[in-house]
Write a protein that binds this ligand. Structure first.
Ligand SMILES: [Zn+2]
Length: 103
């Protein structure tokens, strides 16, 4: 299991939106992790960078984390470049954001 998305709750109670969209990831050329993991991360282009629904920005190292599944609030993701465990939340602007998970 190398996908950054490490844990999610698939229950309908939390996810009335239905099944998660799947994504095929290509190598982004991100070279700060071993080659087999490169497709799961990419560089962030700054505030103008529009993230897809399977992407979330690491607040620690400012790398974009990519999953093969659509990300939703409450998901736990792992940022390999800085080894942070993160939780996906709804940010003030309505977009998904990741916060560092403690414990
Ligand atoms: Zn990070």
């Amino acid at each position: 299991m190398s996908d950054p998305l490490t844990e999610f709750l698939p229950g309908e109670a939390r996810e009335p939106a239905g099944p998660r969209q799947r994504f095929v990831l290509d190598d982004s050329g991100f070279d700060e992790v071993p080659k087999k993991y490169r497709r799961f991360y990419r560089k962030w282009d700054g505030p103008a960078d529009v993230l897809a629904s399977n992407e979330v920005l690491c607040p620690v190292c400012k790398v974009v984390i990519r999953s093969t599944r659509e990300l939703r609030v409450g998901d736990r993701v792992y940022c390999m470049p800085c080894m942070s465990r993160l939780i996906v939340m709804r940010g003030a602007g309505g977009r998904l954001e990741a916060r560092v998970a403690y414990g």
